[in-house]
Design a binder for this molecule. Structure first.
Ligand SMILES: [Zn+2]
Length: 228
């Protein structure tokens, strides 16, 4: 009742294109839902994201839900999720990707899902980590454990978006350590999750902290992927 009344005054809008949603549309408008640029990388073990990551770190499988380019629908979606506190977008992406991954044998052995952490300073400023919803929903779909503090960030890095690939690699080096949680959980196949992959430097640095300690299988999933 209240929601219906509220919708009369504040009709829900599509967070990607800002168009008012019809009553039958949920989360995004139909146009955006159907036209988000899916990569379907999970169907291609030797996809270009996998090949780019393999130059940096041994990775078993990698996928991204959408292609990311400046100004495209994925970029709008990520912006809303990151800076306008639209956490339900993160959940939506986790469910959308997880529903596909759970049917692919290579991803069925995943027993732990771990998000790339924000530095505590940035976490306090923003109040949340935009990847948590994506990661936890993926874990639920894959029937795997979810541990948001498996990895800790021990170095505050400047905003990476404006940095060159070389600067990025330097800043991110040794930025991650394993938390005490890793003493209790002993995953065999871990899925590392982030919002956007560009050079892969953050995922590689984070993944290295996981692979350093035990012989584990590491896979990677992101919401967006912008490949050079
Ligand atoms: Zn839309």
């Amino acid at each position: 009742m209240w929601n219906t009344l509220l919708d009369l005054f504040l009709p829900p809008i599509c967070p990607i294109c800002q168009r008012t949603l019809h009553s039958w549309e949920q989360t995004f408008c139909l146009g955006c839902t159907l036209n988000l640029p899916e990569t379907r990388f999970h169907l291609w073990p030797r996809n270009s994201m996998q090949q780019q990551l393999e130059l940096l770190i041994p990775v078993y499988r990698s996928t991204s839900l959408f292609f990311f380019e400046h100004g495209n629908r994925t970029a709008h979606l990520i912006h809303q999720m990151k800076y306008n506190n639209q956490k339900y977008i993160s959940d939506y992406c986790g469910i959308r990707l997880g529903e596909t991954l759970k049917n692919i044998p290579d991803f069925q052995s995943i027993d732990l899902v771990v998000p790339v952490p924000l530095h505590p300073k940035r976490f306090r400023k923003r109040g949340y980590n935009q990847v948590f919803g994506f990661a936890s929903q993926l874990a639920e779909q894959l029937k795997a454990d979810y541990c948001p503090d498996f990895i800790l960030r021990n170095k505050h890095t400047p905003h990476l978006a404006q940095a060159s690939a070389k600067q990025r690699k330097q800043w991110i080096k040794d930025a991650f350590i394993l938390s005490d949680q890793s003493n209790y959980l002993n995953p065999k196949h871990l899925l590392l999750v982030d919002d956007v992959m560009t050079t892969g430097a953050t995922l590689a640095a984070c993944g290295a902290s996981i692979l350093n300690s035990e012989s584990r299988r590491l896979s990677v999933a992101t919401i967006g992927c912008r490949l050079s």
